[in-house]
Every structure is written in C-alpha cells, then in structure tokens.
Ligand binder design. Structure first.
Ligand SMILES: O=C(O)CCC(=O)C(=O)O
Ligand SMILES: [Fe+2]
Length: 412
C-alpha cells in the first residue's frame, strides 16, 4: 500500500499544542515543580532482542505495553558505538564552549533550511522561556534549486545543507564528521524502531516504510542546559514532540521528566548509561487513534554546577508524503501478535507462541485501552490525510520565526 502522492500543499487542520518562540522574555520560576517517585516503570528494551528472532515476540510485547502505557522506553544494545555517542557529546560540548561570536557564525537565521545555532533564551514552550542553547542539523543534502520562497511547497526549503564554518571546524575538528556519522547511525536505529512499531501493532514490518517512503526527514537538536542558581525553573517546557518518534541521548546530569498520563505525576526519566530514550510523537498517537501515547515531557534545570547536554533525534516520514489520519490498529493490548503479520513468525520454528501470549498484567493494560475508547478502525488512509512536509514546516516555523521572516515572508 502506498499513499505517496505528487507534491501537494493540501493540509489537514492541525491542532497540536505548539512550541512558539519569542524574543528574550525573563525566565519565570515554577513554584509547583515536584518530582515524585515513578508509578510507571519505564522499561529498558534491548534492540538485540528485536533483531534475534527468538526473542523478538517478547520485545514486541514489551514495546507495545510501554507505548500504550506512556509512550516511552529506553533502548539498549542499540548498535551505535559508544565511541560515537561519547564523541558526539564531546564535539557539541566543545562547540558550546566556543566564544559567542564564533557560534554566531552559524546562526540558524543564516540558513533557510532551519539549520544552525540558536542563542539562549529565544525559545518558548507553553509560554515559559526555554533555558537552553541549541544547535540544529538535518539530512545533508543539496538545496532544491527550483525552490521559490513565496510559492506553495515552502517545505521544500527544509531540504538543504547544514552549516559548517571553517573556523569552527579548525577548533572542533571532528564536529562535522561526528555529527554526520551520528545522524546516519540514528537513522538506521530509527528505521528498526519504526519497523518494530509496525509489528507491535500487528502490521507488516514494512508498513510504515511503504507508507512513508525510503527517504525519511529527520532533525538533530543538540542542546546545552546551563546549571542555574534556582532549580525551580524550566529548561524546556512541557510538550509532546510533534513527529513520529524521537531518540534522545542525554548525559548523566538528569532533568528530563515524563508525565504519567493517568495520574499526571511527573516522573524522572533518569539517565541510564549506554541507552537512548525513545519517545513517541504526536504523529504516532494520531495514527494509532491514541492507542500509543505521545509522552508529555519537560526538562528541569539543575543546580549541580554541571551543565546538561542532550541530543534528541526527531525521525519523521519523508517531506513529500501524505500521512493518513489514522491506520487500522488492533485495539486489545491482550491480543497476541499475529503470526501472519510478524516477521517474528517467519521464525515460528524457533519460538513458541506462548512467548507472545499476554501476561496477567495485561488486564490492567486492557482496562487502560478500554478507557481510551478506541474502536477497530477502517483503513482511512485515503481520507483526511495530511502533508508531512507542511506539518514539519509549521513546527519549525513556529520554533524559529527569525528564519521564517528572513527567508520566507513576503515582506522581504
Ligand atoms: O533535552 C531534552 O532532554 C529534551 C528536549 C526536548 O524534549 C525537545 O527538544 O523536544
Ligand atoms: Fe521534546
């Protein structure tokens, strides 16, 4: 099945809570921040369990439970070499340590592709200032030559090169090579996860690849949250990511929290060495009719004296695809994964079906699913679809209005 269409500007009305950006408001304090002990245990899944056909059913069941319950899990044994994760952390720390004038040589406003450096205090989420510096990258591609900023298909402007400045490369020699290699590796990991998500929904492994094409669009954000005097401030305000999935690397400082969707309690998403945090975005939530949650999350500032660094990788469908409003999903958390659907079952000689039968805790999960009032969906892929390029463009435009007004606005 394919819903790839010729490029179009048709857009569904999107009513996501949006990140917005304004100029330098004062940092507001948050009097009611409380971190509580977690009622939900965020699971740690091993990618090797997914890749091994004998353990794949267990992996898929645990993934499904995690995504129904909260929309987040840790992934370990992910295949991204430790030298690369520590190397990429090191180059972004070195970059952020450069003098401001040096960093400003690659200001995001210089790039019509929304790539580059953003100074502290320019981003706002839910009316609170985000207290972080950041640096944005995307797939390293040529810009589209026929692109004209004032006609529809503004999203074609998202395609283009990253900013690499010679004097920065002289001071941080592995800046470019590490970032590019890291994005390549994260794309591979995200493709595995996307395939696993399809299987965990009793869909074919290639379901999303067929739907989204071979050329996904991704964004890499490198963030520095400086240590502050008053911890009751927000590093990044509460939000859901808008895309398909996010794979986040964080250092050991801590501060990221996810919200329990049932109790609204905030839970620390503690740093766990050698893992990434995988979070579903609103696209998955919408595609599955709310069965899989997009996790509400935020980052608290810390007073430890140590700055925090994190690197989320936002993985999305190709820019030129139409994404259906909703896909057919199995509604029961308790339902065994279908032998006919899953590649896991091409290995049915290796594993017993009892591996995919539900645990007793699945009763709880089923109650949760029942509460969501999800019904088995018809395939609505041809109806009410939205243009992914337009959707991503809306998101980045809201986050970086300085880029939009310089490169896209008719007033220039
Ligand atoms: O820095 C983090 O840990 C989270 C950042 C985040 O959620 C975002 O930028 O969307
Ligand atoms: Fe986020």
């Amino acid at each position: 099945m394919s819903v790839r269409t010729p490029k179009t500007t048709t857009t569904a009305v999107l009513q996501y809570p949006r990140k917005t950006t304004i100029s330098k408001p004062a940092i507001k304090s948050i009097p009611t921040l409380k971190s509580t002990s977690a009622p939900i245990q965020i699971k740690t899944l091993s990618l090797q369990d997914y890749l091994c056909l004998q353990t794949r059913p267990r992996f898929l069941r645990e993934m499904r439970e995690s995504l129904i319950e909260i929309g987040t899990f840790y992934i370990k044994d992910h295949g991204v070499p430790t030298e690369l994760t520590s190397g990429v952390m090191k180059v972004i720390q070195d970059f952020f340590s450069l003098p401001l004038e040096e960093k400003k040589k690659i200001l995001i406003g210089n790039s019509r592709h929304f790539r580059g450096y953003k100074v502290m205090g320019e981003e706002l989420t839910n009316n609170e200032v985000d207290h972080r510096e950041q640096l944005q990258f995307g797939p390293e591609q040529d810009a589209i030559n026929t692109f004209v900023s004032t006609v529809p298909l503004e999203y074609e402007g998202l395609q283009g090169p990253n900013q690499w400045c010679t004097s920065i490369l002289a001071q941080v020699p592995q800046f470019k090579s590490h970032i590019l290699e890291y994005m390549t590796q994260l794309e591979i990991l995200s493709q595995h996860l996307m395939e696993a998500i399809a299987l965990s929904l009793n869909l074919d492994a290639s379901y999303f690849r067929d739907l989204f094409g071979l050329d996904p669009y991704y964004r890499l954000k490198c963030a520095k949250y400086p240590s502050v005097d008053n911890a009751a401030t927000i590093g990044c305000g509460a939000h859901k990511d808008t895309g398909f999935l996010t794979v986040l690397l964080q250092d050991m400082v801590g501060g990221l929290q996810g919200q329990d969707p049932t109790t609204s309690e905030w839970m620390d998403t503690r740093p766990v060495p050698e893992t990434f945090i995988v979070t579903m975005g609103e696209a998955v939530e919408r595609l599955t009719g709310g069965l899989y949650r997009a996790t509400v999350h935020r980052v608290l500032n810390n007073t430890s004296g140590m700055d925090r660094y994190s690197i989320p990788f936002f993985f999305d469908p190709a820019l030129d695809v139409k994404v259906p409003h909703q896909i057919p999903v199995s509604v029961s958390a308790n339902e065994p994964l279908s032998p006919t659907r899953s590649e896991a079952m091409s290995m049915s000689s290796h594993c017993s079906l009892s591996d995919v039968e539900a645990d007793s805790d699945d009763d709880d999960l089923d109650n949760l699913v029942a509460a969501l009032d999800i019904r088995e969906q018809e395939d609505t892929s041809t109806e009410r679809s939205w243009s992914n390029g337009d959707h991503i463009f809306e998101t980045v435009k809201r986050c970086h209005p300085e880029v939009y007004s310089r490169w896209y606005s008719n007033e220039n």
